[in-house]
Structures are given as C-alpha cells and as structure tokens.
Design a protein around this ligand. Structure first.
Ligand SMILES: [Zn+2]
Length: 249
C-alpha cells in the first residue's frame, strides 16, 4: 500500500498547484526505528527536514499560526510541520534535528498521558519548548471528542490548554483533534476553549478564508524523498476523496 500511495502522490503532484496562496500542513506521530504507518525512521525524518530547510527560499517553513492570519498576510506557499501525541521517541530522535535546523514545528500534547507508557515526561515537553518547538494541545486523554459529553469536552479542551500553559508557561493556542475526529459541536467547543487554530487529518491545502478550526493536514509516512517532495506539493490530496468515503473527517 505504501508504495502505491507514493506513486499516486508523485503522479498527482504533477498536476497544477492551487492558484493563489496555499499552505501545506504536514503531520508526524513517531520518529523511531520501527516500520508502521505511524512511524518515520530517524534517517528519513532527517532527510525530510534537511530538504525543507534547504528549500526554504522557495517554500518557507512557518509556524501553524500562519493559518489564523488575515488572508492578505498569507505567504504564496508555505509548509507547516506538526507532530502529534508527544511520544518519547520524538524527544530522542526528532528534537535534535528540528533544533539544529530551526524548523518551527508544533508538538501536540495529550496532557493527561505525559509520563505514562511511551509518552514524554513533563520535563521532556519543557525541553521541546526550550529547543524551539511550540506546544499545542491534543486533549487530556486523547479522547474521541464526538463521543464526549459536555463536561468531558470542557475538560479535554480547556483543561488540556490550562494543564499545558501551567507546564510550559506560555499561551497554548493550537489544538489537534485526536484521531482528527470532530463535528460542529466539537468545533464550537474548541473555539470557546480559546483555540485559534485546530487541525484535522483531512488532506488538502489550507487556504485563506478557510476555517482555522478545521485545518487540513497530510500525515507523512516513511516515504522516500520523491514521494515526500510530492506530498509537500499536494500529492497526497488525491487520497482525500477515498478517505472521506471511509469516514475519515
Ligand atoms: Zn493523536
């Protein structure tokens, strides 16, 4: 499947790019020596970040805050790097690469899971911030928010933001919906809880005038460089229709 995806991405990316301003938000989960579709190997991650770093003149790498800016302030093109779940392997393998290349990534942290299982400790999250990585919220317990009652929704959204702000001492204004799942009630609650941006896992370009609380994003796998370059130029958007039919929001 992965090879098919890579070939599709390369083919689709040869089609014309969007007219006008557009930002590609890419997402990672784990960076480790494993082979599954949630993990990118450290050498692959290094190669991908090196390419983004070296191509900055034509494709700036910006913070997620760009998608909340007024349309007139958007760049023509940009890439945004995000990492979900705060796995400890990201602290071990990805953080040194991001710091060395000054890539302005955002780490989306499930505040109630820190220090459990293979997640980072609270100290490791603070070290990410100190190394230049922004901290975003990923709820307290990584809940499917569509199934949370109103009290739980408040705890998962506002509670996570407050947990993280207490931990790192700076405002937390961006959210990634766990599993990418949301509906209009969840989106309204995210707005009420104080988030300026919120990320889905629905593929596509972020465009001026789009909803900053339903930002499209392309999850990156352990791709070879041609497929990664294609993905950053919209090549994975071809999968959007098929995933929408399977119920991926
Ligand atoms: Zn997650």
């Amino acid at each position: 499947m992965r090879r098919t995806v890579q070939l599709l991405a390369r083919a689709w990316s040869r089609l014309p790019l969007p007219v006008g301003r557009a930002v590609m938000v890419i997402g990672y989960h784990r960076v480790d020596e494993r082979t599954d579709n949630m993990t990118v190997r450290p050498a692959t991650f290094n190669a991908q970040m090196a390419w983004l770093d070296e191509d900055r003149a034509s494709l700036p790498v910006l913070s997620i805050d760009v998608v909340a800016m007024h349309a007139a302030a958007w760049p023509h093109r940009a890439c945004v790097v995000t990492i979900d779940d705060a796995w400890a392997d990201v602290h071990t393998h990805a953080l040194p690469i991001l710091a060395a290349r000054h890539i302005p990534a955002t780490l989306y942290v499930p505040s109630g899971l820190l220090g459990t299982g293979e997640h980072m400790t609270p100290t490791q999250v603070r070290e990410c911030l100190a190394a230049g990585v922004s901290i975003g919220a990923h709820t307290r317990t990584h809940a499917d928010l569509r199934r949370s009652n109103d009290a739980a929704l408040e705890s998962e959204l506002r509670g996570c933001r407050e947990d993280l702000e207490d931990l790192v001492g700076v405002p937390v204004t961006s959210l990634a919906y766990p599993f990418g799942h949301l509906d209009s009630r969840v989106r309204t609650a995210a707005h009420a809880a104080g988030y300026a941006t919120a990320l889905t896992t629905r593929r596509g370009w972020a465009r001026p005038g789009g909803d900053p609380l339903r930002v499209p994003r392309n999850i990156i796998e352990d791709f070879e460089m041609p497929a990664f370059r294609a993905a950053v130029h919209g090549g994975l958007n071809i999968l959007q229709a098929a995933e929408a039919m399977r119920g991926n929001p």
